[in-house]
Design a protein around this ligand. Structure first.
Ligand SMILES: [Fe+2]
Ligand SMILES: [Fe+2]
Length: 266
Protein backbone atom coordinates (compact mmCIF):
# COMPACT_ATOMS: atom_id res chain seq x y z
CA UNK A 1 0.00 0.00 0.00
CA UNK A 2 1.45 3.29 -1.10
CA UNK A 3 -0.15 6.71 -0.61
CA UNK A 4 1.46 9.67 -2.36
CA UNK A 5 0.87 13.15 -0.97
CA UNK A 6 0.97 16.30 -3.05
CA UNK A 7 0.23 19.53 -1.27
CA UNK A 8 0.07 23.31 -1.64
CA UNK A 9 0.43 23.35 -5.38
CA UNK A 10 -1.06 26.91 -5.56
CA UNK A 11 -1.88 26.84 -9.26
CA UNK A 12 -2.40 30.30 -10.75
CA UNK A 13 -3.91 30.95 -14.17
CA UNK A 14 -1.89 33.06 -16.65
CA UNK A 15 -2.45 36.79 -16.52
CA UNK A 16 -3.23 36.96 -12.80
CA UNK A 17 -0.91 39.09 -10.69
CA UNK A 18 0.78 37.19 -7.90
CA UNK A 19 3.80 37.33 -5.61
CA UNK A 20 5.00 33.74 -5.96
CA UNK A 21 8.73 33.40 -6.64
CA UNK A 22 8.42 30.20 -8.66
CA UNK A 23 6.42 28.82 -11.58
CA UNK A 24 3.87 26.75 -9.69
CA UNK A 25 2.58 25.09 -12.84
CA UNK A 26 6.06 23.93 -13.80
CA UNK A 27 6.76 22.71 -10.27
CA UNK A 28 3.57 20.62 -10.13
CA UNK A 29 4.15 19.26 -13.64
CA UNK A 30 7.66 18.13 -12.58
CA UNK A 31 6.27 16.47 -9.45
CA UNK A 32 3.56 14.64 -11.39
CA UNK A 33 6.14 13.53 -13.93
CA UNK A 34 8.38 12.12 -11.20
CA UNK A 35 5.45 10.50 -9.42
CA UNK A 36 4.42 8.74 -12.63
CA UNK A 37 7.98 7.39 -12.89
CA UNK A 38 8.03 5.85 -9.39
CA UNK A 39 8.91 2.18 -9.70
CA UNK A 40 6.20 1.32 -7.15
CA UNK A 41 3.00 3.04 -8.23
CA UNK A 42 0.84 4.73 -5.59
CA UNK A 43 -2.58 3.28 -4.81
CA UNK A 44 -3.94 6.80 -4.30
CA UNK A 45 -2.68 10.37 -4.41
CA UNK A 46 -3.71 12.62 -1.53
CA UNK A 47 -3.88 16.29 -2.45
CA UNK A 48 -4.00 18.16 0.84
CA UNK A 49 -5.23 21.59 -0.15
CA UNK A 50 -4.24 25.01 -1.45
CA UNK A 51 -4.29 23.28 -4.81
CA UNK A 52 -4.98 26.65 -6.43
CA UNK A 53 -4.06 30.16 -5.35
CA UNK A 54 -7.51 31.74 -5.73
CA UNK A 55 -9.91 28.89 -6.47
CA UNK A 56 -10.96 30.20 -9.87
CA UNK A 57 -12.48 27.90 -12.49
CA UNK A 58 -9.53 28.64 -14.80
CA UNK A 59 -6.96 27.64 -12.16
CA UNK A 60 -8.92 24.51 -11.27
CA UNK A 61 -9.00 23.55 -14.94
CA UNK A 62 -5.19 23.87 -15.16
CA UNK A 63 -4.84 21.84 -11.97
CA UNK A 64 -7.04 19.02 -13.24
CA UNK A 65 -5.09 18.92 -16.51
CA UNK A 66 -1.78 18.78 -14.62
CA UNK A 67 -3.03 15.89 -12.45
CA UNK A 68 -4.43 14.02 -15.44
CA UNK A 69 -1.34 11.79 -16.04
CA UNK A 70 -1.76 10.23 -12.58
CA UNK A 71 -3.26 6.78 -12.87
CA UNK A 72 -4.16 6.49 -9.19
CA UNK A 73 -7.30 8.18 -7.85
CA UNK A 74 -6.72 11.71 -6.54
CA UNK A 75 -8.26 12.23 -3.09
CA UNK A 76 -8.45 15.98 -2.59
CA UNK A 77 -9.41 18.28 0.25
CA UNK A 78 -9.56 22.07 0.01
CA UNK A 79 -7.22 24.53 1.71
CA UNK A 80 -7.68 28.18 2.59
CA UNK A 81 -6.74 29.30 -0.94
CA UNK A 82 -9.34 27.05 -2.57
CA UNK A 83 -13.03 27.75 -3.09
CA UNK A 84 -15.49 24.97 -2.26
CA UNK A 85 -17.79 25.51 -5.24
CA UNK A 86 -15.10 25.22 -7.92
CA UNK A 87 -13.22 22.55 -5.97
CA UNK A 88 -16.24 20.25 -5.60
CA UNK A 89 -16.96 20.53 -9.33
CA UNK A 90 -13.51 19.16 -10.24
CA UNK A 91 -13.20 16.05 -8.08
CA UNK A 92 -15.56 13.10 -7.87
CA UNK A 93 -15.60 12.37 -4.15
CA UNK A 94 -18.39 11.53 -1.68
CA UNK A 95 -18.52 15.02 -0.13
CA UNK A 96 -20.27 15.29 3.24
CA UNK A 97 -22.17 18.40 2.03
CA UNK A 98 -21.63 21.47 -0.17
CA UNK A 99 -20.32 23.35 2.88
CA UNK A 100 -18.26 20.46 4.21
CA UNK A 101 -16.06 18.86 1.57
CA UNK A 102 -15.04 16.02 3.87
CA UNK A 103 -15.19 12.42 2.68
CA UNK A 104 -14.31 8.80 3.55
CA UNK A 105 -12.90 6.47 0.91
CA UNK A 106 -11.47 2.96 1.03
CA UNK A 107 -8.11 2.45 -0.65
CA UNK A 108 -7.56 -1.29 -0.49
CA UNK A 109 -7.47 -2.25 3.17
CA UNK A 110 -7.06 1.36 4.35
CA UNK A 111 -9.86 3.77 5.18
CA UNK A 112 -8.79 7.26 4.14
CA UNK A 113 -10.74 10.17 5.61
CA UNK A 114 -10.47 13.73 4.29
CA UNK A 115 -11.46 16.52 6.68
CA UNK A 116 -12.40 19.96 5.33
CA UNK A 117 -11.16 22.69 7.71
CA UNK A 118 -11.75 25.66 5.40
CA UNK A 119 -13.25 28.94 6.63
CA UNK A 120 -14.21 31.00 3.55
CA UNK A 121 -12.32 34.30 3.54
CA UNK A 122 -9.85 33.27 6.24
CA UNK A 123 -6.34 31.80 6.06
CA UNK A 124 -6.84 29.94 9.34
CA UNK A 125 -8.91 26.78 9.64
CA UNK A 126 -11.61 25.53 11.98
CA UNK A 127 -12.47 22.33 13.81
CA UNK A 128 -15.89 23.22 15.18
CA UNK A 129 -18.73 21.17 16.71
CA UNK A 130 -20.12 20.29 13.28
CA UNK A 131 -16.72 19.03 12.09
CA UNK A 132 -16.22 17.21 15.37
CA UNK A 133 -19.51 15.34 15.05
CA UNK A 134 -18.74 14.44 11.43
CA UNK A 135 -15.22 13.25 12.23
CA UNK A 136 -16.32 11.20 15.25
CA UNK A 137 -18.87 9.41 13.06
CA UNK A 138 -16.34 8.86 10.26
CA UNK A 139 -13.73 7.49 12.66
CA UNK A 140 -16.24 5.26 14.44
CA UNK A 141 -17.42 3.92 11.11
CA UNK A 142 -13.79 2.98 10.34
CA UNK A 143 -13.24 1.20 13.68
CA UNK A 144 -11.21 -1.97 13.26
CA UNK A 145 -9.64 -0.78 9.99
CA UNK A 146 -6.33 0.93 9.43
CA UNK A 147 -7.25 4.56 9.00
CA UNK A 148 -5.44 7.64 7.70
CA UNK A 149 -6.79 11.17 8.07
CA UNK A 150 -5.92 13.94 5.60
CA UNK A 151 -6.59 17.63 6.32
CA UNK A 152 -5.19 20.96 5.14
CA UNK A 153 -4.66 22.89 8.40
CA UNK A 154 -2.32 21.05 10.77
CA UNK A 155 -3.80 20.51 14.25
CA UNK A 156 -0.64 21.87 15.93
CA UNK A 157 1.41 25.05 16.16
CA UNK A 158 4.59 24.88 14.09
CA UNK A 159 6.74 27.32 16.06
CA UNK A 160 7.00 29.54 12.97
CA UNK A 161 5.04 32.43 14.45
CA UNK A 162 3.63 34.15 11.37
CA UNK A 163 2.31 30.84 10.04
CA UNK A 164 0.83 30.00 13.43
CA UNK A 165 -1.29 33.14 13.19
CA UNK A 166 -3.25 31.22 10.51
CA UNK A 167 -3.55 27.92 12.37
CA UNK A 168 -6.45 25.59 13.14
CA UNK A 169 -9.04 26.70 15.71
CA UNK A 170 -10.27 23.85 17.90
CA UNK A 171 -6.97 22.01 18.26
CA UNK A 172 -7.73 20.76 21.79
CA UNK A 173 -11.07 19.32 20.70
CA UNK A 174 -9.36 17.70 17.71
CA UNK A 175 -6.70 16.10 19.94
CA UNK A 176 -9.45 14.70 22.20
CA UNK A 177 -11.22 13.10 19.25
CA UNK A 178 -8.17 11.41 17.74
CA UNK A 179 -6.72 10.28 21.08
CA UNK A 180 -9.64 7.96 21.55
CA UNK A 181 -9.28 6.13 18.23
CA UNK A 182 -6.43 3.59 18.23
CA UNK A 183 -7.20 2.52 14.64
CA UNK A 184 -6.17 5.97 13.39
CA UNK A 185 -2.62 5.46 12.13
CA UNK A 186 -1.57 8.79 10.68
CA UNK A 187 -2.70 12.40 10.20
CA UNK A 188 -1.41 13.99 6.97
CA UNK A 189 -1.62 17.76 6.53
CA UNK A 190 -0.58 20.61 4.26
CA UNK A 191 -0.57 24.40 4.73
CA UNK A 192 2.88 24.84 6.34
CA UNK A 193 4.84 24.56 3.05
CA UNK A 194 7.55 22.56 4.80
CA UNK A 195 7.64 18.96 6.05
CA UNK A 196 7.19 18.64 9.83
CA UNK A 197 6.38 15.78 12.20
CA UNK A 198 4.74 15.72 15.60
CA UNK A 199 2.29 13.63 17.64
CA UNK A 200 -1.34 14.55 18.37
CA UNK A 201 -3.23 12.37 20.83
CA UNK A 202 -0.65 9.65 20.24
CA UNK A 203 -1.06 9.76 16.45
CA UNK A 204 1.93 10.59 14.23
CA UNK A 205 1.07 13.80 12.39
CA UNK A 206 3.00 15.24 9.44
CA UNK A 207 2.86 18.09 6.96
CA UNK A 208 3.77 17.47 3.33
CA UNK A 209 6.25 19.03 0.92
CA UNK A 210 4.70 21.90 -1.01
CA UNK A 211 5.37 21.96 -4.72
CA UNK A 212 5.08 25.78 -4.46
CA UNK A 213 7.61 27.96 -2.62
CA UNK A 214 8.47 27.03 0.97
CA UNK A 215 8.29 28.88 4.26
CA UNK A 216 11.65 29.87 5.69
CA UNK A 217 12.68 27.81 8.71
CA UNK A 218 13.06 30.49 11.41
CA UNK A 219 11.97 29.48 14.89
CA UNK A 220 12.95 32.73 16.64
CA UNK A 221 9.98 34.33 18.44
CA UNK A 222 8.68 37.21 16.31
CA UNK A 223 10.63 36.13 13.22
CA UNK A 224 9.50 38.08 10.13
CA UNK A 225 7.67 36.51 7.20
CA UNK A 226 10.21 34.60 5.15
CA UNK A 227 9.88 32.60 1.93
CA UNK A 228 12.54 30.26 0.60
CA UNK A 229 12.76 28.36 -2.68
CA UNK A 230 13.55 24.91 -1.31
CA UNK A 231 13.16 22.02 -3.76
CA UNK A 232 9.56 21.01 -4.30
CA UNK A 233 8.40 17.43 -4.23
CA UNK A 234 5.99 15.06 -2.55
CA UNK A 235 5.86 12.37 0.08
CA UNK A 236 5.28 8.66 -0.23
CA UNK A 237 3.60 7.03 2.75
CA UNK A 238 4.41 3.35 2.44
CA UNK A 239 2.62 0.72 4.51
CA UNK A 240 5.50 -1.68 4.88
CA UNK A 241 6.14 -4.47 7.38
CA UNK A 242 3.08 -3.44 9.36
CA UNK A 243 3.84 0.26 9.74
CA UNK A 244 3.72 3.49 7.76
CA UNK A 245 7.10 4.71 6.59
CA UNK A 246 7.17 8.22 5.10
CA UNK A 247 9.64 9.11 2.36
CA UNK A 248 10.44 12.56 0.97
CA UNK A 249 10.89 12.81 -2.78
CA UNK A 250 12.55 16.09 -3.74
CA UNK A 251 12.50 17.34 -7.31
CA UNK A 252 15.43 19.18 -8.87
CA UNK A 253 18.06 17.79 -6.54
CA UNK A 254 20.09 17.59 -9.72
CA UNK A 255 21.29 14.01 -9.32
CA UNK A 256 20.75 10.99 -11.46
CA UNK A 257 20.64 7.72 -9.54
CA UNK A 258 24.16 6.28 -9.36
CA UNK A 259 24.84 2.56 -9.06
CA UNK A 260 28.27 2.61 -7.37
CA UNK A 261 30.91 0.13 -8.34
CA UNK A 262 31.08 -1.31 -4.81
CA UNK A 263 27.49 -2.44 -5.22
CA UNK A 264 27.74 -3.77 -8.74
CA UNK A 265 31.19 -5.37 -8.89
CA UNK A 266 31.75 -8.97 -7.98
FE1 LIG B 1 -0.44 26.87 0.93
FE1 LIG C 1 -2.95 26.90 3.46
Amino acid sequence: MLLAQLTDTHIIEPGVEHDHLLDNTERLAAAVDRLCAETLSPDAVLATGDLTDHGTEAAMKILVDLLEPLEAPVLAIPGNHDVRETFAACFDLPWASPTNLSWSVDVGEVRVIGLDTLIPGSHGGRFDDERRAWLEDALDDAAGRRTVLAMHHPPFLSGIGWMDEMSLEGRDAFAEVVADRPHLDRILCGHLHRPMTTTIGGVTTTTGIATAQHIELDLAPGAPVGIICDPGGYQLHHLHDGRWVTHNRYIETGAEVVRPSWATEG
